[in-house]
Design a protein around this ligand. Structure first.
Ligand SMILES: [Zn+2]
Ligand SMILES: [Zn+2]
Length: 819
């Protein structure tokens, strides 16, 4: 961007002129020629020349000595000395000479102005410009070309227009002073006054490529991508040759437009004009393919580029990382380290995010060390990535330490820390940090909200969710797509599908993620028809479904037992939408088949899968076998599961022992339980929780320690008597213990979800709906009991288990007893 700005300052222009002159004429004649031309005192001129020679050689001290010893100095002497100081970066000495000078010329002023402009001290450079004009020294075209180019948004708007007015008054705003016109266009773009830039642009009669490039870049920076492209076309039509800057600007605009075809056309043009060989244009093309997820094309181009710099490597490394091809990313990262680039430019943030993804502390630490050595750990985005990496590796102490040491704790840093806690299931800690972040007066952004909404959804606390919703509205983020998706998801997971749908319908913009959130909301709440409807509407709205959308629909089909529809969607995935089903899709499809007892088809599907069935799949099979009493296949599934090196929990052992228990094979039960104990796997204890009066109450099975324990037991006994009159019979096949029948019935009665429901019933007003969460799947016996309870107490009871929602009302459940 900065590369095409006019760099010629008065000093360098003069210097270059001298150099071209000195190149051809012998030194002896040079001096004399000038003396004759200027008519100045011979000695002074000779001394000026020597001072200049000394400065050119970098001997500033010797030059100053000679300058001081000169009996007669003229303006040229002082200008030469000042520009020598400016060039060597000694601005205070330059300023001293300048301030003491009586007969300053336009050259003197411009030399000094140039230094301040180049060093972003715009207040001072513009102040000098005004002082110069007040002292009746008129600026020349070099002054404008020196003062304006480096302008950025720190420059006050009226400063540029004042300078512009002077340029107009002195006639520098038209040809042949194109350089001045171009810097005016650029300055207006930089300070965000694109309208003025366009006016200057239109008034230039004979534009050059730089003029066009300047405005194209201006448009691109303001997000007016289409305007940038139109101007590029106009430039081509008016016969101006594009340059590397043109391509960089237009390619950036194309990335902003998400127009793949247009990008390819530009790529072709860059190849035919030879600009694709330029490293900055090449990088821009790489970035274009990378942003369109074309990792293969990106890599091929990278291999063909005649020149590579650190930007090229950075683009390809993050492209592989986005495509989850981490091996390749790391390979290139290692290659890059041997290339002699400035180590501060290594893509530490990208590689740290890979380490975070894998929760690989070892790799993260190595990269951290390298970042320290390269002194890149203080770069803000690297610091944030370090916080993120340590948090995702569950090293919260280290994450917080780095967080505290960050030079600037930005919204991104806070969000990295919060999301680390939330991702590891430490939702409460995440929410506490969020409160702290608000206390530190930092604005939460869309990612922060998405993270805290996720935490809130996991608590299924509708109240907390609603508070967050109100906060999002107040902070002006309610129309944001990310916050919207988070809200849909939060409401759905908190059991309020009605609010989820309302948020969705009020969203001004919806992307695939929003539709996916809606589809899953319906799927988890067991409304298969609505999920399929949302999927169809998504396609009608012109969006392409992605693998997540299909997974949502398959889940809905699986929750509702829509075998035929599920099969159709599964096949459509590759046939119509051109997607390769992933492991999760197969798992969902398999679940759908086995739950419906279609074991033959399920086995066929497992045979066709491009990967080995995993724990989740065999667990589905085992569960289904228990429901459909298919002991033969159950034993095979259990064998597979028991043989696995790693098991998440003891669910498989529990299921198999349940199957044997139901068949009365107690010896096999104890055999399985013994194997489980020997393996040292613990049963994940079941617990349920419910929010009453802003407090979360947690219950585990047979847990009577709650302060209201006695009342809860009384309520349960009372309810059990009532539901028995309605026809409830305890299903003791769920108790995998060889104990007396009466004891089995007693243990069922006090399952965690029933304790939570009973507590909510005695603690909330009549008619008030109840929402209970459970960490494992709801058991069949509790399901049957709660159905009848909902009828007796005339309340809507919702149980969210680890898989889905059960909305109980008037003695029936939304799942239709199918889950
Ligand atoms: Zn139960
Ligand atoms: Zn149900």
């Amino acid at each position: 961007m900065k590369r095409y700005c006019v760099r010629s300052t008065t000093f360098t222009t003069l210097h270059q002129l001298r150099q071209t002159a000195t190149a051809t004429v012998p030194a002896r004649f040079r001096i004399d020629a000038r003396i004759i031309k200027t008519g100045f005192d011979t000695d002074t001129c000779r001394s000026n020349f020597i001072v200049e020679e000394l400065l050119r050689k970098g001997q500033v001290f010797a030059a100053r000595k000679l300058f001081d010893e000169m009996p007669q100095k003229n303006t040229v002497s002082t200008n030469t000395m000042i520009s020598g100081y400016v060039k060597s970066g000694d601005i205070s000495s330059a300023r001293e000479l300048f301030d003491a000078m009586v007969d300053r010329t336009v050259v003197t002023w411009t030399i000094l102005m140039g230094w301040y402009a180049r060093n972003n001290q715009f207040d001072e450079s513009f102040k000098l410009f005004r002082e110069m004009c007040r002292s009746c020294t008129l600026p020349d075209h070099v002054t404008f070309a020196t003062l304006l180019p480096g302008c950025n948004d720190e420059v006050p708007e009226n400063a540029v227009s004042q300078v512009h007015a002077f340029a107009v008054k002195l006639g520098f705003d038209r040809n042949p002073f194109l350089t001045v016109c171009n810097v005016l266009v650029k300055s207006y773009c930089e300070i965000g006054r694109r309208d003025s830039a366009c006016v200057v642009f239109e008034q230039i009669q004979e534009k050059d490529s730089v003029t066009f490039n300047t405005l194209i870049t201006g448009y691109e920076k303001d997000g007016l991508y289409m305007e940038a492209i139109h101007l590029f076309v106009e430039m081509q039509q008016s016969g101006h040759k594009p340059s590397d800057f043109t391509f960089s600007g237009v390619l950036k605009a194309v990335v902003g437009l998400h127009d793949f075809v247009l990008g390819q056309q530009l790529h072709c043009l860059a190849v035919t004009t030879g600009f694709s060989r330029d490293v900055s244009v090449g990088n821009q093309i790489l970035d274009f393919y990378s942003k369109h997820d074309r990792v293969l094309e990106t890599r091929n181009l990278f291999n063909e580029m005649p020149e590579l710099d650190f930007v090229s490597y950075n683009v390809v490394i993050s492209s592989y990382s986005q495509a989850e091809q981490y091996e390749e990313s790391l390979k290139l990262f290692r290659e890059m380290q041997c290339m002699g680039f400035d180590r501060r430019n290594l893509p530490f943030a990208t590689v740290l995010s890979i380490a975070a993804n894998f929760s690989s502390l070892q790799m993260g630490r190595q990269v951290h060390c390298q970042a320290i050595v390269a002194m890149a750990d203080s770069v803000p985005h690297v610091g944030n990535s370090l916080v993120d990496m340590y948090a995702k590796c569950e090293m919260f102490e280290e994450a917080e330490l780095i967080f505290k040491r960050l030079s600037q704790q930005s919204t991104v840093s806070w969000t990295a820390l919060i999301s680390g806690y939330v991702q590891k299931g430490l939702h409460e800690a995440g929410l506490k940090l969020f409160t702290k972040m608000r206390g530190a007066n930092l604005r939460a952004d869309q990612s922060t909200f998405a993270t805290v909404l996720r935490a809130s959804a996991s608590f299924a606390s509708l109240l907390l969710g609603k508070q967050l919703h109100a906060f999002i509205i107040r902070s002006g983020n309610s129309e944001n797509v990310f916050s919207g998706c988070g809200l849909v998801d939060m409401y759905a997971k908190s059991g309020s599908i009605k609010d989820a749908v309302q948020v969705f319908e009020e969203m001004p913009d919806r992307n695939a993620v929003c539709w996916n959130a809606l589809i899953s909301a319906y799927a988890d709440n067991g409304d298969g028809e609505a999920a399929i409807g949302a999927f169809t509407n998504m396609i009608h709205s012109g969006l392409q479904p992605d693998p997540v959308s299909v997974l949502g629909v398959l889940t809905a089909c699986s929750h509702c037992g829509f075998v035929e529809q599920g099969t159709e969607y599964f096949q459509a995935m590759s046939r119509i939408y051109g997607m390769t089903p992933k492991r999760k899709h197969y798992a969902c499809m398999l679940d759908l088949l086995v739950r419906n007892g279609r074991f033959a088809e399920a086995e066929k599907l497992m045979g066709e899968m491009p990967f080995e069935p995993d724990e989740i799949m065999w667990s589905s099979v085992l569960n289904a076998c228990r429901i459909h009493k298919n002991q033969g296949l159950a034993e095979r599934a259990a064998d597979q599961l028991f043989g696995m090196e790693k098991l998440r929990d003891a669910a498989a052992y529990k299921s198999m022992s349940n199957i044997y228990a139901a068949a009365g094979e107690w010896e096999s039960v104890s055999h399985v339980m013994k194997a489980m104990r020997e393996r040292g796997i613990k049963k994940v204890p079941a617990y349920s929780w419910v929010e009453v009066n802003l407090k979360i109450h947690v219950f585990s099975s047979n847990d009577k320690t709650h302060p209201k324990g006695d009342e809860i037991v009384r309520k349960i006994n009372e309810l059990t008597a009532e539901i028995e009159r309605e026809g409830y019979k305890p299903d003791t096949s769920w108790v995998a213990q060889d104990i007396d029948e009466q004891m089995k019935i007693e243990s069922l009665k006090f399952h965690s979800e029933r304790l939570a429901v009973a507590f909510a019933l005695i603690s909330t007003p009549e008619g008030c709906p109840i929402v209970v969460m459970k960490n494992l799947r709801a058991c069949r016996d509790c399901h049957a009991a709660i159905k009848l309870i909902s009828k007796i107490v005339k309340r809507e009871i919702t149980i969210r288990d680890s898989r889905r929602f059960h909305h109980f009302r008037d003695g029936i459940c939304s799942c239709g007893d199918y889950w």
